[in-house]
Design a protein around this ligand. Structure first.
Ligand SMILES: C[S@@+](CC[C@H](N)C(=O)[O-])C[C@H]1O[C@@H](n2cnc3c(N)ncnc32)[C@H](O)[C@@H]1O
Length: 342
């Protein structure tokens, strides 16, 4: 059984998204869903984190939590696998839950010292896409869920098994950016474990006032920005920026570029078609594209997009990001570029 954490308030949309793929889900309480195991590389835009082979734990003292986690770690991951511990509370206010998590983590460390010391140096403290994930979700001090996923399973489910606890990434801050929209690009790049590199070429469609362009220029990239309106004045004067006034949907790059960035305000189907067209033409190696919805009725459009785009990508992610409003972000690596990450 896989436990799913929907993106904020999106439980019903996640149920519908699963149903569209022939997967039944049921309520697991506390806003969580449960379903049978998911096919490899499943894409669920409204799922922020998954806990594969999750097992409930009840009446657990700190020692029992640590014991359960230790058993899952030793059973599901081998002695060579790097791993991360995600232990977080979904109850109460203040620090009580976090404090309990710290005590459980300490108790787990002590158990491992006695039982399998060789696992300790393999624990990664920062998000590490190559690591397995041991998860403990506390719904109260003494009840919750435990799950462990091997590095292979994490790779197979990379769109649904985030190396951030609970799949949560706090929206980034940048006081120099001309708008808050940059946080969507930063979060997508974090999730891809990829940075825009110095000297790369980005096309930014619907670029004004320029916060995505600002991030790309700050990384040392060259940017072709397309919009009907100009970007902020200092960006327009930047030596690595070329501004093209006009329609984002008729832009065709003369040679393939490293990144397609697109945050244009348009009907979601138009933005999906634009991305599929760029993928079919082989015009970019990587991409971050937002689909902006007005209500909920058009979420079903995502299903055809998934089928069309997955075949053209080596790594496709689709998610309502922590920094998205009523948007879903598609980001990833095209089939032109082998593998994922940078
Ligand atoms: C949400 S804003 C983009 C924000 C930008 N990513 C940033 O970080 O500053 C959407 C932009 O799309 C532009 N836009 C809408 N339709 C367009 C079209 N057909 N062609 C070019 N730009 C368009 C608007 O002018 C607007 O500047």
């Amino acid at each position: 059984m896989t436990l799913l954490i929907p993106t904020a308030g999106d439980g019903q949309f996640l149920i519908e998204e699963l149903a569209a793929q022939g997967l039944a889900a049921s309520d697991a309480g506390n806003g969580l869903l449960q379903c049978e195991s998911l096919p490899p590389r499943a894409l669920l835009a409204f799922c922020r984190q998954s806990l594969p082979q999750a097992q409930p734990i009840h009446q657990a003292s700190i020692r029992l939590w640590a014991e359960g986690l230790c058993q899952h770690l030793l059973q599901q991951l081998d002695d060579q696998s790097p791993w991360q511990l995600h232990l977080w509370p979904m109850y109460g206010e203040g620090r009580a839950g976090l404090h309990r998590c710290e005590l459980i983590a300490d108790a787990l460390r002590e158990l491992l010292k006695k039982r399998r010391r060789c696992r300790l140096p393999l624990q990664r403290q920062a998000p590490a896409p190559e690591a397995g994930i041991l998860q403990g979700l506390l719904l109260g001090p003494d009840e919750g869920w435990i799950s462990a996923a091997s590095p292979k399973l994490c790779d197979d489910q990379r769109s649904l098994l985030s190396p951030w606890p609970g799949g949560w990434i706090a929206p980034a801050e940048d006081k120099q950016a001309p708008s808050r929209a940059f946080a969507k690009l930063v979060e997508s790049l974090d999730r891809l474990h990829c940075k825009i590199q110095r000297g790369e070429h980005c096309v930014d469609l619907g670029a004004a006032p320029g916060s995505w362009t600002h991030i790309a220029l700050k990384s040392g990239a060259w940017v072709t920005a397309v919009d009907r309106s100009p970007l902020r004045e200092d960006l327009m004067a930047h030596p690595r920026l070329r501004f093209e006034p006009g329609d984002a949907f008729s832009h065709a790059p003369p040679t393939p570029v490293d990144w397609l960035l697109c945050d244009v305000i348009a009907e979601p189907q138009r933005s999906m078609d634009l991305l599929v067209h760029w993928l079919q033409k082989g015009w970019m190696r990587r991409f971050v594209v937002t689909f902006k919805f007005r209500g909920h009725a058009e979420y079903g459009l995502l299903e055809r997009f998934k089928q069309e785009a997955a075949a053209l990508c080596s790594d496709l992610r689709l998610l309502r990001l922590c920094s998205n409003k009523n948007e879903v972000c598609a980001f990833g690596t095209t089939a032109l570029q082998n593998g994922s990450g940078c």
